[in-house]
Ligand binder design. Sequence first.
Ligand code: AMP
Length: 390
Amino acid sequence: MQQHLHESIPLHPPHCVVGVIGGGQLGRMLALAARRMGVRTVIWTGGLEAPAVEVADEVIDLPFDDPAALDRFCATATVATVEFENIPRETLEAVAAKTPLHPSPSAISICQNREREKEFLRQNDIPHTWFAVISSAEDLAAAMAELNGPAVLKTAAFGYDGKGQLKLEGNENPTEIWETFESDRAVLEAWVPFERELSIMAARSSDGTIVTYDPAENRHRHHILDVSIVPARVSLSVSIEAAEIARRIAEALDYRGILGVEFFLNHDGTLLVNEIAPRPHNSGHHTLDACATSQFEQQLRAVIGLPLGSPRLLSPVVMLNLLGDFWPAETTPPNWLPLFEDEEAFLHLYGKRRAIGRRKMGHANFLGADADEALSRAEGLKLLWLDAAK
Ligand code: AMP
């Protein structure tokens, strides 16, 4: 009954409350975009130190399997979404039974597990890396023999930023590898000697309209995104192909909301999908300063049921991730002055109190006359900060 009400009455700002499962920096930026639009948010997160807490209108600080938390969340939210994908399927289903949840539990569940994600790509004929599902040393031995070359072994669930991954040359002992690997279900992927890595953000609305952003060219440092360069320095045909693949994925998932697709670009110009993120993505942070509609506003529009905004790139831009290793000490930030002296650089910090390891503390967007020029300014500051933090 409640669900029908939600579906039939357009709940425009300020009469809608968007429930966000998860309270990290993506939830924070979603809540900030919501505030600007006069939309209220309720964040469901474990831990009051989470970045989204200080900007949300209401916070539910309870575990995802707590029935009282579920009731409160669904009673408060007129519509719900997620800001990270590693949420138990039961929680997603329980929320969706009471409050419209976009993207759907099935779309999220495909993207939260590498095995399901790869099977989805295979079934939909979307180009992806060669892979085999591994649940024993025998499986691993057979897959390594078939591949006969470099590979990467990845846990099926809960992997991100290179965690739960092991690079293999192909001549290792499969039994030894499997005994020490930290998971009992994995995928073995062929190692791709890519030319570069790309990603694209796409949004699909309640009426099935899809918009795609310009592709980003991504560089990693210690397996974590370091810089995104937009527009990616690739041919028009590669950009069109990336957008077309993202469209096909959004359609096949019957998706509603924003999604990120990560690609490897081969030397012959062909693309392979690496991963799909069913939420805003780190490589879409440039949209905050450089696009007509940010990825966060786009997510809200799609989830609430409003028309999508234009994804148009207003300026070439480089996004630099500000990781914890830029901090001279855990509670001592880098010297931001050179960034503020650059009048086309914009700082976004996530409110995290301690810079532990390579935690994502914030990012900076550098607008420029062209991507190369913006990149050299971003790289200059990066080297300065890393050097000062040594
Ligand atoms: P992932 O967590 O799967 O996105 O992997 C993190 C990063 O590891 C990617 O962005 C690539 O730089 C690298 N990587 C992952 N899988 C492969 C692969 N099959 N071939 C080459 N590089 C890979």
